[in-house]
Write a protein that binds this ligand. Structure first.
Ligand code: ADP
Ligand code: MG
Length: 250
């Protein structure tokens, strides 16, 4: 057998393995999609009944009320986990189509801040050298990314959050900066992986599934941009989104 035949046989085998790996991955993503979808629907219904019993608060002893609150907390997190798994699986198999259209950035950021502050009041300062920046993005999805990053900044710090906007050439940088606990270098390498959390324990304040950053990164990359972290333990963190921008509105 010639070297040529050997090489092609190896290549064929490697290609075959790659195809099977892709297929396995696609099947796994499909499984997660179906599983999350099937569970989310009935659990949302159960959660609704729990909320209504809790709201009416009739004939409940303190012990029962406390048990109901714990059950509701766990249920809410399970539904959020299923929703996020579903989002990530949909994004990974490109079932969500991301737009790339001109979006007025300042307006979008004001909307995201207003939505966030209705739920959790915290001072959020916007610093921008230029006004009226137009970013090439999917407005709804970019707002979701901002909300996730603001949520993290608020969860992992106690003081005001700053959102800095900077334009360089045909790119715009959106930096969400906090002066919180910061992230160790080793953890910075992992925080964008699904289910990775620096503090594995889940509590009422910071308990998430560890999917937020993974989803944010896939969304930003889907819009043709990048998302990176710059952080120092004990000093704070900066999450920086870079996207293409267009000539500013006059
Ligand atoms: N601004 C931040 N400051 C400190 N740690 C952060 C910050 N943002 C994210 N992290 C760390 O990255 C992990 C992953 O974040 P994320 O994917 O949003 O998951 P979640 O918020 O559900 O825990 C968090 O659990 C936290 O440990
Ligand atoms: Mg988060």
């Amino acid at each position: 057998m010639s070297d040529f035949t050997l090489t092609t046989a190896h290549e064929a085998s490697a290609n075959h393995q790659m195809v099977s790996l892709d297929e396995v991955q696609a099947q796994q993503i499909q499984l997660i999609r179906n599983f999350s979808h099937e569970l989310r629907t009935p659990l949302t219904l159960v959660y609704g009944y729990m909320q209504s019993i809790h709201r009416r608060n009739e004939n409940l002893t303190d012990l029962q009320k406390n048990a109901l609150e714990i059950a509701m907390f766990e249920m809410k997190h399970t539904i959020q986990l299923l929703q996020e798994s579903l989002d990530l699986a949909r994004l990974e198999c490109h079932a969500i189509c991301l737009r790339r259209e001109p979006v007025p950035l300042h307006g979008l950021i004001s909307e995201a801040i207003a939505v966030f502050q209705q739920v959790k009041p915290r001072e959020i300062i916007v610093e921008s050298e230029e006004l009226n920046i137009l970013v090439l993005a999917d407005a709804d999805r970019l707002k979701q990314v901002l909300l996730r990053l603001i949520d993290n900044a608020v969860k992992y710090s106690d003081t005001a959050i700053t959102i800095k906007l900077g334009k360089s050439g045909d790119c715009v940088a959106i930096s969400i900066c906090d002066r919180g606990c910061g992230i160790d270098f080793q953890d910075q390498l992992n925080i964008f992986s699904p289910f990775y959390r620096v503090d594995r324990s889940r509590n009422r304040d910071t308990g998430g599934a560890g999917l937020g950053l993974a989803i944010a990164k896939v969304l930003v990359e889907g819009m043709g941009g990048t998302l990176n972290v710059y952080s120092q333990l004990g000093e704070g963190s900066i999450f920086k989104i870079i996207l293409k921008s267009l000539v500013s509105i006059a």
